[in-house]
Structure formats: C-alpha cells, structure tokens
Design a protein around this ligand. Structure first.
Ligand SMILES: Cc1ncc(COP(=O)(O)O)c(C=O)c1O
Length: 484
C-alpha cells in the first residue's frame, strides 16, 4: 500500500540487502524520509523492487537494530522518531508547540466558525453529481453556473451590476489585484493611489506588479479625494464599505467626489469589498460599483466570510479592462478549483451562506462592542474611531503614549497587536494608534487578549508617570539651584 521510490542495481558489487540498507539509511539521515513516515511492508517492497523478501527483511532488521526504523506488530514499519536527532533539531524550530499568545493583529478571521457541516454537504452533493465537465478543466475565468450564482448574490446583497460572463472568479482578492495592476501597467499607468493608512501587503503586490503605490490620506469620511486629485494618478485602490484599517465608511459626499474624479481623469476606482458583509446595517451602503459600473472595478473575497484557505475571490471590471484581464489571467493559470467553485455556489444557492453570514456578522458586532466597552472602562484617554463594524478597531492613543512602547508592552503580556504606523505608507505626524483585530481570535480568547492590552497600557502609563515625575523633580531642583 505505502509506496517508496527507490531503485537498486542487480549488477552492483554490494549485496542487494546492503544496497537497500544504505539507500534507506541515506534517505533518513538527509531528511528525505521524515520521522514517523511509513515504509512499505517487506512483501510489498520486495515485489516493487523485484527482489526476494529476505533481502528486504534483512535490510529492515538491520535498520531497526541501528535505530533508524521501528517496527510494531499491527502498525507496520516506520522511520523512528529518534533516527535523525541532529537533523530534526534543525527542522523543528517552527514545529515546537507555540507558547500561549493572544493574537489581536488585524487581518485574520475566525476560521473556527467555518460552516463545516454545510460545506461537507455541498462538496458531497457536487461530487455525487459531477460529470466529465465538472471534473475537467473549467474556463479560466470561472464555471458559468458559479458566475451566475455569484452575480445574482452580489446584485442581491451589494447592488453590484454585472453580467455573469463578465464576473471573473479569482484565487482570492490578491490575484485579482495583481491581475489588475498588470493590465493597468500595460495600459500606460505607472502608479496607483492607495489609502494611507492601508494594507502594506497590498502595496507589496502593487509594487511587484510594476506599479508605484502613491499615498492618499484618509480621514473620518474615508479617502481624501482632493489629495487624490493632486497626485496625478488615474487609478486608486479603496475600501469604501469600511476603510481598512480605520473602519470609516466612505461618506456620500466623498463617494460622489470620487466618481467625479474617476470620470474627469478617465480613470478607475478599485473597490476592495472584502469585509462589507460585516458593516453594521445602519451604515451599509450599496457597492460603489452599483452606481458607476463603467468606472469601478469591484473585487470581493471568500477569505473573511468563509476561510482564506479556499483562495476564492471575484472581480467585476468595466468593459475597458475586462477583456485584457481575462487574457492575462488565461496565461497565468487555468483557473481555480472547479469543485470548490461549485461547492461555494451550492452554499449560496441553498441559503446556507446567508445563514452563516448572519451568525458571523452578529458575532463580530458583539466583539466590536466588547472592544469599545473594554477601552472605555480600562484604557482612559484612548479613543476608538467611530467605526462601521468591520473586523478591527482603530484606537487613537494619547500623544504621550509611543505606539512602539504599547506594542512591546503588549508583547511582554503575550498579546500580539500592531500600532498604527504598521499601516502607514508615508511617515507623518498623525497621533499614535493601536489597531485591535478581533476577528482572528475566538470570542472567549478576545477577553484575555484585551485584558493583556489594558495591563500593557497600565505599564506604559506608569512608566510615563515615573518619567514625568522625575522630570518635575529635576526641574524644581534646577530652579532651586540644587543641581549644577
Ligand atoms: C484589505 C484586504 N483586502 C482583501 C483581503 C482578502 O485577500 P484574499 O482574498 O487574497 O485573501 C484582505 C485579507 O486580509 C485584506 O486585508
């Protein structure tokens, strides 16, 4: 049953058993065969190699005696755990059990909520009915029935206006962005505006695709369109539903300004709608694309609403870009997993996706509220920005509180969290900030993480107070002539 790729030479001077022993020992010591790996039964390996069973038995016995293999009645023979102590120590640094930490860095989602049973049912139904077409190569831009379902869904929940044949299924938002940048560059764009603060990972993608990300500041109404116009770019990447990471929804006034700008420069607005599902109903507006499908490239993702592991996203581009994007995509890969696409479409068609999202939205809203209440009670002087819901809270710290000190103090309390500077493209004098991601931890762990943040804030406050007192004493000593 277990296959092992080995060959031995019937004409060599060494005996067959010695060759086999040396070959196996070599694979174990160089790390190709890892501890715990099952090796074939003596009968199976003898058949595979075309040698007598005694040759293999002899080799296995010797390697067991040397401690390279272990053999247990009923569970066969495997590479011993202790076989490569030297090699193992080099390999296992990242496999060691992690100490307990509370990860409040934004960017995650709570994959423990993944609707496993619904997904299993959908995958099962898809597999039972899949014929040669479903198991063969899908069109690179996505399977037609999946595009129909998704176009219907996006129209229903986000007002997106797209014909199914113009909606591309991508390997996550990241692939859509990379494709788009490549096409913009081919069309003569050299730079693209990005919200600042924003997502550093996206800036890296943009730069890799040959475009220069240009900082455009945001405020409580979202992206500053006057500043955008001053940059001279003709395309901009935005998060209108809930600005990442401040959480500010793009105001009505700014939405109009942004679209006017795009028309004036004959350019494009890229709408990253990845977390719109979590925006509080009172603040939720239809996608920007719904009012200007000729100027807005709409992009979404299953990463936050289901799990990043699916690598599923979607892109609806204006006609001026769509054909070029399709052409580039067809040369990059031959589409993403058709079976996953079909399972996802089934999840949507059966209503299980809407049910899951309703639960998840309520859970994230509870967590957002818990963060704000905790801050109000335990972090005096810290102000959360008014947010639309989303997946993280942007906390403005008092000016005296250096964000690096807060991040370091939190780390000492086993809490991972990022300061506002992490999300800034351009250095400026904006107030120090802390971004608390609450989507990536389970609800019960959030409280422990927040308690760590409050303790870290007390540590930093106490150090600050000691410093202030010391300065006061020194000043008064100087005034009274006690020190030189
Ligand atoms: C701002 C932003 N957009 C989009 C995404 C989704 O990206 P993807 O679909 O490639 O996982 C993320 C994920 O962290 C994100 O932070």
């Amino acid at each position: 049953m277990w296959h092992l790729n080995l060959s031995i030479d019937g004409d060599a001077r060494e005996t067959l058993s010695a060759q086999l022993r040396n070959a196996l020992r070599g694979r174990i010591t160089d790390g190709t065969l890892r501890p715990g790996t099952r090796v074939p039964s003596t009968r199976q390996l003898a058949t595979d190699l075309g040698v007598s069973r005694t040759v293999v038995v002899e080799a296995y016995e010797q390697l067991c005696a040397e401690g390279y293999l272990t053999s247990q009645r009923g569970s066969g023979t495997s590479v011993a755990d202790s076989a490569r102590a030297g090699v193992a120590s080099a390999l296992t640094a990242d496999e060691a059990p992690a100490p307990e930490v509370w990860d409040l860095r934004a960017g995650g989602t709570d994959v423990s909520t993944f609707p496993r049973q619904d997904w299993i049912r959908c995958v099962g139904a898809v597999l039972r009915s899949a014929g040669p077409r479903e198991l063969g190569y899908a069109p690179p831009s996505g399977l037609p029935p999946v595009r129909r379902t998704l176009a219907g869904y996006l129209g229903r929940v986000r007002g997106v206006r797209v014909r199914p044949e113009h909606l591309m299924i991508t390997s996550g938002f990241a692939q859509g962005l990379a494709l788009l940048c490549r096409v913009l560059r081919d069309q003569g764009h050299e730079a693209i505006g990005v919200e600042d603060p924003g997502h550093p990972g996206e800036w890296a993608f943009i730069a890799d695709a040959g475009l220069r990300p240009v900082s455009v500041p945001v405020d409580r109404e979202g992206i500053r369109v006057d500043e955008l116009a001053a940059t001279g770019v003709r395309a901009v990447l935005t998060t209108p539903a809930s600005q990442f990471p401040t959480g500010a929804p793009l105001s009505r006034r700014r939405r109009e300004q942004l679209l006017d700008w795009a028309r004036a420069v004959d350019g494009y607005v890229v709408e990253d709608d990845f977390d719109a599902a979590f925006v509080a109903p009172a603040q939720r507006m239809p996608a920007l694309q719904s009012v200007a499908p000729d100027r807005v490239v709409y992009a979404g993702s299953a990463s936050k609403v289901l799990a990043p592991a699916l690598r599923l996203g979607w892109l609806a581009a204006p006609t001026g870009l769509a054909a070029s994007i399709e052409r580039v995509r067809a040369g990059w890969d031959i589409g993403c997993s058709g079976l996953d696409q079909l399972a996802f479409a089934r999840l949507v068609d059966t209503g299980a996706f809407d049910r899951h999202l309703r639960r998840l939205r309520a859970e994230f809203q509870r967590r957002g509220q818990a963060v704000r209440q905790h801050v109000a009670r335990h972090l005096p002087g810290v102000a959360p920005l008014d947010a639309s819901g989303g997946l993280q809270t942007y906390l403005v710290l008092p000016r005296w509180c250096a964000e690096e000190s807060m991040v370091a103090a939190a780390r000492r309390r086993s809490v991972l969290v990022r300061g506002g500077r992490f999300y800034a493209l351009r250095a400026d004098d904006r107030p120090p900030a802390l971004v608390i991601g609450y989507a990536g931890v389970r609800g019960a762990e959030l409280g422990r993480g927040l308690a760590g943040v409050a303790a870290a804030y007390r540590d930093v406050t106490a150090r600050h107070a000691t410093g202030v007192n010391a300065r006061r004493v020194a000043d008064s000593d100087r005034r009274t002539g006690l020190t030189a």
